[in-house]
Design a binder for this molecule. Structure first.
Ligand code: NAP
Length: 269
């Protein structure tokens, strides 16, 4: 059932389960029509039926493997051509828990293709249309390992550091063009992610694992509060502000015509 929709359509990747499926639920209840992207058509269809029944929104499914460049191109075409799209949630992602040098490099490549390349291409595809239509929102699902890559597999952490840096620069370039961006940095969240990544979630202390519903609701509250970076678990926002201030203090000192005195001193000795 399609109904009057002035919030536009949200395209969510990795929407068949976990965090993406909860974004689908919440964004439908906020009045968005949906396009759900993932590989598992049966799961997508089941979710689409439920959300259409419960919310009355129009919910389309678009099965695609975002690790496959040809499939990514079809989603890019959709993002360029569907003028109802107002929100992109770049959520599909793959993790790993094995140490960097004990991991299969082909699997690392798959992770980079999904977590970095697909996210980048889909963002490039959607942004010009959002600007032309007067604005929109891009939500990128990062991770706390983007600032703490030593916690899990290092390539996984590096892909999420990319999400943070990319989102920061998107915000820098798009804030005055009406396009909002947000990087969400979840800690451990109870989904199938851990099974796929190689460590059962039961192995983690329950004190560090958040329910996926709570994580998404907090992330959307952060979006409503205008945050560009949201760390759902971080108790004191002042700690993030201090981290950002330390980063900003470095900026004017990072590129200068002379090496720092400490290096000149060691050359002389
Ligand atoms: P999940 O339950 O494993 O769900 C991953 C989703 O991505 C599924 O819908 C899966 O659907 C889809 N997906 C995987 N590979 C895909 C591909 N090649 N093409 C298209 N879709 C694909 O994991 P999750 O916890 O919800 O993870 C969502 C995001 O949160 C990821 O970016 C992850 O890095 C991030 N994150 C998770 C945690 C955590 O602890 N769970 C913490 C921090 C960040 P199909 O299998 O149907 O394709």
């Amino acid at each position: 059932m399609t109904s009057f929709n002035n919030k536009g359509t949200a395209l969510i990747t990795g929407a068949s389960t976990g965090i993406g499926a909860i974004y689908a639920d919440r964004l439908a209840r906020r009045g968005h029509d949906l396009i759900l992207v993932a590989r598992n058509r049966v799961r997508l269809d089941t979710l689409a039926r439920r959300l259409t029944d419960e919310t009355g929104r129009s919910v389309q499914v678009f099965p695609a493997d975002l690790g496959n460049p040809g499939n990514v191109a079809t989603v890019e075409d959709l993002l360029r051509s569907d003028r109802t799209i107002s929100v992109l949630v770049n959520n599909a992602g793959l993790g790993a828990t094995a140490p960097l040098l004990e991991s299969d490099v082909a699997r690392m490549d798959e992770m980079i293709a999904l977590n970095v390349s697909a996210l980048t291409r889909l963002t490039y595809a959607v942004v010009p249309g959002l600007i032309e239509r007067g604005g929109g929102t891009v939500i990128n699902i990062g991770s706390i390992v983007g600032i703490a890559p030593e916690i899990l597999n290092g390539v996984y952490g590096a892909t999420k550091a990319y999400v943070l840096a990319f989102t920061r620069s998107l915000h820098h370039e798009l804030a005055d063009k009406g396009v909002r961006v947000q990087a969400v940095m979840p800690g451990a969240t109870a989904t199938e992610f851990w099974e796929v990544a190689g460590r059962p979630i039961e192995d983690l202390p329950s004190t560090i694992v958040m329910r996926a519903d709570d994580m998404v609701d907090a992330a959307l509250a952060g979006l409503d509060q205008g945050e560009v970076f949201t760390i759902p678990a971080l108790p004191n926002i002042g700690d993030w502000v201090a981290y950002e201030e330390a980063r900003k203090k470095l900026l004017p000192q990072l590129s200068l015509s002379e090496p720092a005195a400490r290096y000149l001193a060691s050359q002389a000795s």
